[in-house]
Structures are given as C-alpha cells and as structure tokens.
Design a binder for this molecule. Structure first.
Ligand code: GSH
Length: 224
C-alpha cells in the first residue's frame, strides 16, 4: 500500500519529505492540506497529525510527523530501494544525524529569524540585523560540505535534502551573491541539488505560493 503523504507545496519541510519520496522512488499518494483555509486544524486532519502541521505520513497503520523523523523513517524502512540516503555505518549515520540536529536546533531558526517570516505578514521587514546569524549558518554548512564532500557524505543523503529546504528559503531575500563567500555551498547546490529531477519538479516547476505571498507582503511594507 502506498505511503499517504500529507503536505502543502509551499511548506519547506513538506518539500524535504516530497524530495526523498521522489528520489527513493517510494510509492505514495499525495494529499494537499490547505493551510490557507485552515484544513490542518479540522478534526479529520487532526486524526493524521494532532499537532495540525504538515508534513505527515501514514504508512499502513503507522502515523508520523516531523520532517526529519519522517526522512529517517522512510530512508530506513525503504532502505532496500537505496541504502545510501541514511547510511548503516554508525559513523556515516552519525554525520548525517549531526547535520539534521544542528540544522533543527540552531541554523534553520537563524534563517527564519532573519527572514522574519511571521513579522513580514504583519507589516514588518526582513531583520537585517540578524544577517550575522545567517552567515553563521552558511559558514557551518560550508564547513560540513567541505569536510564530508556533501552534507553527509559524497552521495545524496537525507541531510542534504533537509538542509536544502532551509537554505532554499534564503532565495526569498533575493540578495545577490549570497553564496559567493561560501564556495562549497555554491558548488554543492550546482552539482548535487540542481541536477536532481525532484529539484526541478518540486522547486522549479512548482510555483512557490508562499514565496509569492512573502515577497508581496515585503513589497507592501516597503511601499508604506
Ligand atoms: N518541525 C516541523 C515543522 C512543521 C511546520 O512548521 N509546518 C508548517 C508549514 S511549513 C505548518 O504546518 N504550519 C501550520 C500551523 O502550524 O498552523 C517539521 O520539520 O516537520
């Protein structure tokens, strides 16, 4: 039975799970959860994820939410399709986990604080004074990539996929040459992410409705 995948295309963590499903060739049935109309807060969706968030999956009777936990589960449960996304070797796996946890505990939030996601929709601007936090995050990612030839090894892992959905959000800031001081991040994006079919499907072909709303709100702030 295919995985039931609950997502919204504008949600960065949903895109991470979507990318893995596509890259591993796992069979899935996609269910769009309309965040704008509050579908995620209704009783039907709460049966899938009582926390009312996307992404979530149901695999048979097993329900799971939190994008990184879903990535770890899928890459482990369906490892026969491709074991490299979450390596078995304890050290290689620990490196992938290191990227996932540092991304979750510190660096993703630095990117979100700088973009001021909630504040922009309430008439606020990008928090330019928080750019040092973004630089710290980029430096960390640059070091990880340099040390491991990727986020978690020279092949694509769930660490690359998870880190990318946060780094992609920096494109919302439309800042020229953002990666220029971070050549490993730039090369990683060009060589490892951009050629993926799932990158084209999920990030290029798909209109990012959230980015559009965000940029619209930002433009409205600037015109005030
Ligand atoms: N840490 C969670 C974050 C999930 C999350 O924040 N999802 C957002 C969309 S990007 C959501 O469902 N927001 C609706 C809400 O919280 O009401 C993950 O990685 O899955």
């Amino acid at each position: 039975m295919p995985i039931q995948f609950y997502y919204n295309a504008a949600s960065p963590p949903s895109r991470a799970v979507w990318m893995l499903l596509e890259e591993m060739g796992i069979e899935y049935e996609a269910h769009v959860v309309d965040l704008a109309s509050g579908e995620h807060k209704k009783a039907d969706y709460k049966k899938v994820n009582p926390l009312s968030q996307v992404p979530a999956i149901v695999d048979g009777n097993f329900k799971l939410w939190e994008s990184r936990a879903i990535l770890q589960y899928l890459a482990t449960e369906y490892r026969s399709k491709n074991p490299k996304f979450y390596p078995d070797d304890p050290k290689a796996r620990a490196i992938v986990d290191m990227v996932l946890y540092s991304d979750a505990s510190a660096y993703q939030s630095k990117i979100l604080s700088y973009l001021n996601i909630g504040g922009v929709f309430a008439g606020g601007d990008i928090m330019h004074d928080k750019f040092d936090g973004v630089k710290e995050a980029l430096k960390m990612y640059d070091t990880y990539i340099k040390e491991q030839k990727g986020m978690g090894g020279d092949h694509l892992t769930i660490a690359d996929i998870s880190a990318f959905n946060a780094l992609y959000m920096l494109s919302y800031a439309e800042k020229e040459g953002l990666f220029s001081e971070y050549p490993n991040v730039q090369a990683w994006f060009e060589k490892k992410i951009k050629p993926l079919k799932s990158y084209d499907k999920i990030y290029v072909q798909q209109e990012d409705g959230f980015k559009k709303l965000y940029l619209g709100a930002l433009a409205a702030t600037k015109n005030q």
